[in-house]
Design a protein around this ligand. Sequence first.
Ligand code: TYM
Length: 330
Amino acid sequence: MKRMLSAIKPTGQLTLGNYIGALRNFVKYQDDYEMYVFVANLHCITVYQDPKQLRKNLKDAVALYIACGLDPEKSVIFLQSDVMEHAQLGYIMACNTYLGELNRMTQFKDKMAKNETGLTAGLYTYPCLMAADILLYDPDYVPVGDDQKQHVELTRDIAERFNNRYSETFKVPEPLVSKVGKRIMSLNDPLHKMSKSEGNDKGCVYLLDDLKAVRKKIMSAVTDSVGIIQIDQENQPGIYNLLEIHSALSGESKESICNRYQGKGYGELKAEVADIVCGELEKIQSRYNEIISSGMIDKILEDGANKAHYIAYKKLAKVQRKIGIEINKK
Ligand code: TYM
């Protein structure tokens, strides 16, 4: 069976973008692949997090993974920092990555361009840790949204470089980006990605948002003055985004939705999208409440960390032998 690995970084609550671009795909794939999914808590702290809030966000993320359909019997679910090999290999990866490569990462470049202050060294070297996250497990595929593709491509470059320098060690993984829903945009600024870190709550639907608030956000989504429901991403990015959300969740093609909406107004489309999103979130939230009160999370994370560690420690030991930092082990 081929293997997949992915993660989400819960710097805040998980978003509809995380769900459509990533989480729901993990759920689809778990029957056909050996699936490793973790909560990227080391990545969270590249930006300061209030410790109490962070603890809650991490627990919520695990509960949401399961509420969205990840099954701990089928997928290995764990917390990144519970498997210490991630940080250790992350350092080794940083020693095999060039500054020029990190300077080219668009996420970091965007933050620099905005003149954000207080950017940490951890944020800069984050792609090296992400490479370690992936390469420890030799996955065939890494399912991600569009914005993470560049990081997976860097991971491939690092793996190939390492394999050439030290002989075959890592499987070179492929990013897997789904056609529909790979980049869900902000509802009130459809030229920017829907994101928890933008501090833009009106444009971002959170999986645990009150459903009335979700409906309001969707009904107030920024559109345009063209007045026709059609596929025109360049001139009607807001409508395109609503069609994308609809299509990703309902499975109906954007063309078919547009055909049904000939001669109808934006308000009706928004109401239908709101119904679909709220229907999906309602199911997720009710499962989430059961999971949180069941106390099952600790056991799931313990089992997951044991399974993940079993693979990760062997890979790290192999890497350390190859690069020559061990004395007694050959
Ligand atoms: P993160 O936490 O920013 O996002 C998690 C996943 O959700 C996808 N995503 C989106 N997809 C569509 N539309 C959006 N608006 C949207 N927002 C987020 C992301 O593409 C991603 O797939 N560095 C990673 C976490 C990570 C990781 C890894 C992923 C750490 N180690 C190893 C894969 C493998 C991150 O910050 O994702």
